[in-house]
Design a protein around this ligand. Structure first.
Ligand code: SAH
Ligand code: DHB
Ligand code: MG
Length: 222
């Protein structure tokens, strides 16, 4: 199957179904102009994050990995009134650009970006955040996925959803014993999820304009 079809079908769904507001496409344009990597979620997946958040009427969302704020904006658009997206980002420049993008989208009141290594932020906030979040989106450095996941389960409540991006990486997830830290991290994350009796999980493989990848969806049991 040629990737040309993947891109065309992706564009078709984006045009017909995603129908994103201008600030969203502007945010991607700006992210690109500022030289940030083009590693945001595809628009179809951004819309899925939005739909999932709406389905569970999420109020409090935690994101790990902000980049230019594109996925943050989808989540912020979805949260119920009085809701909040807390997004963790290690790179101050990414945090600055995403803050501006979020501002232009009129979503500032619903987003807090915390600059710093997510692991440190999470360990500092463990008391405040236990049982707090309705949805956690994990999308930062993949080697830390197991830590992020274990924390996410602590920060969730019964019925919360955890989504983890990029768990397929062109099939690299199958490379057991690989030395690439991102692959090791993702395989460990899957092991944690599979062993953890508090959650039930699946993973979906995807193709899009961004190639062959996938994401995991986890629900914390009642
Ligand atoms: N969620 C974004 C994409 C995030 S890309 C979207 O879909 O639009 C991954 C981001 O994680 C980058 O901005 C990178 O700077 C950040 N990151 C990498 N390591 C991190 C760490 N240790 N702590 C917090 N953020 C990190
Ligand atoms: C990378 C990170 C992502 O979150 C993504 O969606 C794609 C690629 C990366 O670090 O290469
Ligand atoms: Mg990603």
């Amino acid at each position: 199957m040629e990737t040309r079809t993947w891109v065309e079908v992706e564009d078709y769904f984006t045009d017909q179904l995603v129908r994103q507001d201008k600030p969203f496409t502007d945010a991607l344009k700006r992210q690109d102009e500022e030289g940030l990597p083009n590693i945001n979620v595809p628009s179809t997946q951004g819309k899925l994050l939005y739909l999932l958040a709406k389905m569970i009427r999420a109020k409090d969302v935690l994101e790990i990995g902000t980049l230019g704020g594109y996925s943050t904006m989808w989540l912020a658009k979805a949260v119920a009134d009085g809701g909040k997206v807390t997004s963790l980002e290690v790179n101050p420049r990414h945090a600055k650009i995403s803050t501006e993008n979020i501002e232009r989208a009129g979503l500032s009141g619903r987003v807090d970006i915390i600059v710093g290594a997510a692991k440190d932020t999470m360990s500092r906030m463990v008391t405040d955040w236990r049982g707090r979040f309705d949805l956690v989106f994990i999308d930062a450095d993949k080697e830390n996925n197991p830590v992020y996941f274990d924390n996410a389960v602590e920060f969730a409540r019964p019925g919360s959803i955890i989504v983890v991006d990029n768990v397929v990486r062109n099939g690299k997830v199958l490379l057991d014993g690989d030395s690439e830290p991102s692959v090791v991290g993702t395989r460990l994350l899957i092991e944690h999820a599979s062993r953890d009796a508090r959650v039930e999980s699946t993973a979906i493989q995807t193709v899009s304009g961004k190639g062959y990848d996938g994401f995991m969806v986890v629900r914390v049991k009642d």
